[in-house]
Design a protein around this ligand. Structure first.
Ligand code: CA
Length: 348
């Protein structure tokens, strides 16, 4: 599907008018496909509270997404911990609590700390390497004690809330840097799927997806670990050095065909979804590789909708309508559940 739009480079009021027109045209481009557009709470309710804390997960649950995401890394004593990075320094006070525990590169690694030590750390809103908040309008509190939590604690919390509220909000764990963990002497994938199994979340029809940037690891999950639950391959850029997977190859007809033999879906980042040449001439059209994804009946869950960091030239409705009607995505990862939920309610 393709939609003609005025140049996205125009500015000011004209730009706003064009975006409003664009949103209207995209709305008219509604497909007959009425599948539910999944809302995945990215790192919990990370747009409002320090990411991946139990508080952020509790708030995410209350906001009513379809899934809540957990990024998983492994501690020194082989416990699955919910944190976005293998490092601790951008979201905790590790530098002041354990000043002499950095590695030679100056970074503090989850893998070097026991669960007991990790529990003494205070989690704060994400900072950059200069210790400035990455998103200036998010949680500014400094006095609360937010803590690191285990994957088990997160699954227990969601399971218990589901039970009491009669809900079925799913989980969406990501195995972080599996080959790095293996070099550190631990099989992160095995720990993640064993924990999911303990909570009856590892079956084909369980309300869960396991995601990973490493295609070889997802193949291993299917072939060697015989994992039966749903899998999603995250698709980044080769320059990000997320894994040894060649993401340029993944986004070819052959690549997607092979990926589809192992996984149920893909998670590309927003910058990979649209045809860039068409966009330069004012047209919104899905990138060619997106058609291969649909041809192979893969689910597509792009990342990440952030209301405070929308793609250039797009407002919230335009982005969401583009995802649903042009890309024909099956949902989106979001730091902010409410605007996506409101849009979904109004657009149905
Ligand atoms: Ca993630």
């Amino acid at each position: 599907m393709e939609v003609l739009v005025p140049s996205l480079r125009q500015k000011g009021r004209r730009m706003k008018a064009h975006i409003a027109t664009l949103a209207f045209v995209l709305l008219l481009a509604q497909t007959a496909n009425a599948k539910v557009f999944d809302i995945i709470a990215h790192r919990g309710a990370s747009g409002y509270l320090p990411e991946h804390t139990l508080e952020a997960t509790t708030l995410a649950f209350a906001l009513g997404p379809d899934f809540i995401e957990q990024d998983v890394v492994i501690s020194r004593d082989d416990v699955a911990i919910v944190l976005h990075d293998i490092h601790l320094d951008t979201v905790t006070d590790v530098k002041t609590r354990f000043p002499d525990r950095a590695r030679e590169d100056g970074r503090y690694y989850v893998r070097d700390f026991t669960l007991q030590e990790l529990k003494t750390l205070s989690v704060h809103e994400r900072h950059d390497m200069n210790d400035k908040p990455v998103y200036k309008d998010r949680y500014r509190g400094t006095k609360g004690q937010f803590s690191i939590a285990t994957f088990e604690e997160h699954l227990e919390l969601i399971t218990e809330l589901n039970r009491q509220f009669g809900k079925d909000i799913g989980v969406y764990p990501e195995i972080k840097s599996p080959s790095w963990h293996r070099k550190e002497g631990v099989d992160a994938s095995k720990i993640v799927i064993d924990t999911l199994t303990d909570f009856s979340l590892a079956t084909e029809d369980a309300n869960s997806y396991v995601q990973c940037f490493d295609f070889d690891e997802l193949k291993r999950l299917r072939d060697s670990l015989h994992y039966k639950g749903k899998l999603v391959l995250l698709i980044g850029e080769n320059s990000w050095n997320e894994s040894s997977t060649d993401y340029d190859w993944v986004r070819t007809e052959m690549g997607i065909k092979e990926v589809a033999e192992y996984v149920n879906g893909v998670g590309p980042w927003l910058g990979q979804l649209l045809d860039k040449r068409a966009l330069e001439s004012g047209r919104i059209k899905a990138a060619r590789w997106i058609s291969y994804v649909h041809d192979n009946a893969l689910v597509i869950h792009p990342f990440t909708y952030r209301k405070d960091d929308l793609p250039p030239g797009m407002d919230s409705d335009t982005l969401l309508l583009t995802l649903k009607n042009i890309v024909q995505a099956d949902g989106v990862f979001t730091d902010h559940v409410p605007p996506v939920a409101t849009w979904r309610r109004q657009s149905q």
